[in-house]
Design a protein around this ligand. Structure first.
Ligand SMILES: [Zn+2]
Length: 467
């Protein structure tokens, strides 16, 4: 598979890891609120990447962290009068439910920052021993950027720019304790405790405090995936300073290259503007469901554009997604072969080669979908014999697996009432046992409620009758 490597800015062939698993680290959520659709665009495209690599035989192994300590989690847990643990566990659970609704695969490892304080302290100690970090008068520990010549290689940031950008992105707060640092762009590895942190601190060789945000990814990536990982990914907003800082920490502490390939997902805009609470255009999965679109529609809308391109999300995207999914489902049911088939044993593609090659070429999801719809428009399932149906169904299923789209009856669960599904199932059973009188009776009963049944060789679909 080829992917655009942000380190070096070129499309490169992903070399499988000679040691077996292809290790990937994805920067995960800070659990203090609902993840919004911009966050999910990144997570979903990472999910698609994982699926493609799995199908292509790379044996991916994924770690995605949970940030359960930072200014926001501490602030909001205190505001809600609950412990940091209770507070972040609640939001982690909600995040997992959203991920499941969006049909995302669980990572192999999902380490929490608070459960890896020792590993973070160890790494900070190493950095201090090697002269890459120093203790400031306020008992915080900072990384000395001047000690790492490679700093800025990923984001192509010059030293001059560094100062102004750091001030811009960090805001006023960090300027307040700027005098404690040797250089304004040095970043915190360990933050000494402040009154507003309450009981949320840990003991360290430098006194009470908590780790800075960046160090958790370096420490946990090392613990679960080793010193050098194959691929690291996150939203493009994490490139600087977060990923730049991760490289500095890991390479200075471990003395080894940190990451072979960097993959960044471009921004999501909503109605042409950056998402923000004040503009009222910050959407969560719950907001989308309230508007009667399924989680799968959202998944489709968020993965349909190329990961390297900004996506301008509007509700029209969801309408288009809904139509597209219906078209895929209809076709999928029409090509269902008589027998159930096992997936993923394609040695030679016959129908959808261009769709799969599009995925292998820098994960071009729009080109992949384009190929799938071209095939749908040009193929009449009725003209296929059983063997061709079998092959096409297998290829189609594989592409849908890569995209994480479910075309079985699960998607219908959202709209078809339980009672209707029960009657439809009874009718199918009656028909299978050749009890045509009963099958007909049930068909008429369903029709009274405004539902019609379409039969295919091995399954059926329930549709709302057009008025
Ligand atoms: Zn990270």
């Amino acid at each position: 598979m080829k992917l655009f490597n942000s380190l070096g800015n070129a499309k490169e062939e992903l070399q499988p890891n000679p040691h077996g698993k292809f290790t990937m680290y994805f920067c995960g959520p800070t659990v203090y609120n609902y993840a919004h659709i911009g966050n999910f665009r990144t997570y979903l495209l990472q999910d698609v990447l994982t699926r493609i690599l799995e199908v292509e035989g790379y044996s991916p192994c994924v770690a995605r962290n949970i940030t359960d300590v930072d200014d926001k989690t501490i602030r909001d847990s205190i505001k809600n009068n609950v412990s940091l643990k209770t507070f972040t566990e609640k939001w982690t659970k909600i995040f997992h439910e959203d991920c499941e609704a969006l049909n995302m695969k669980s990572p192999d490892f999902e380490p929490k920052a608070t459960e890896h304080i020792d590993e973070q302290i160890d790494m900070i100690k190493t950095l201090m021993e090697k002269g890459f970090a120093y203790l400031a008068p306020d008992h915080s520990v900072y990384f000395r950027i001047a000690s790492f010549k490679e700093y800025g290689r990923l984001s192509n940031i010059e030293n001059r720019e560094l100062k102004t950008q750091e001030i811009d992105s960090a805001g006023k707060k960090n300027l307040a304790d700027e005098y404690d640092r040797e250089n304004v762009s040095d970043f915190a590895l360990w933050k000494s405790t402040k009154p507003e942190d309450g009981e949320n601190f840990w003991m360290s060789p430098w006194g009470k405090g908590r780790p800075g945000w960046h160090i958790e990814c370096s420490a946990m990536a090392k613990k679960y995936l080793g010193c050098t990982i194959d691929l690291h990914s996150g939203g493009v907003d994490l490139k600087f300073p977060h990923h730049e800082n991760e490289i500095a920490q890991s390479e200075c502490a471990n003395g080894k290259k940190f990451v072979r390939y960097w993959m960044h997902v471009a921004h999501l805009l909503v109605d042409g503007a950056k998402m923000s609470k004040s503009l009222g255009n910050l959407y969560t999965l719950g907001d989308i469901l309230k508007k009667k679109y399924s989680a799968q529609c959202l998944r489709y809308a968020l993965i349909a554009a190329h990961y390297g391109q900004q996506l301008n999300f509007t509700f029209n995207n969801l309408v288009a997604a809904k139509n597209a999914i219906e078209k895929l489902q209809n076709f999928f049911h029409k090509i269902a072969p008589l027998q159930d088939i096992q997936k993923f044993e394609i040695s030679e593609w016959k129908f959808l080669e261009s769709a799969f090659s599009a995925l292998l070429d820098d994960m071009n999801t729009p080109a992949c979908l384009g190929s799938v719809f071209k095939l749908i428009n040009e193929t009449s399932p009725e003209s296929l014999n059983e063997e061709q149906k079998h092959t096409l169904h297998r290829e189609f299923s594989t592409i849908m697996y890569c995209l994480g789209l479910r075309l079985d009856d699960k998607e219908q669960d959202i709209e078809v009432p339980q009672e209707i599904k029960r009657l439809a199932k009874l009718r199918w059973q009656a028909k299978q046992s050749k009890n045509f009188v009963e099958a007909d009776r049930l068909r008429q009963e369903l029709s009274k409620y405004g539902w019609i049944i379409k039969d295919f060789s091995s399954t059926y679909i329930i549709e709302k009758e057009e008025l």
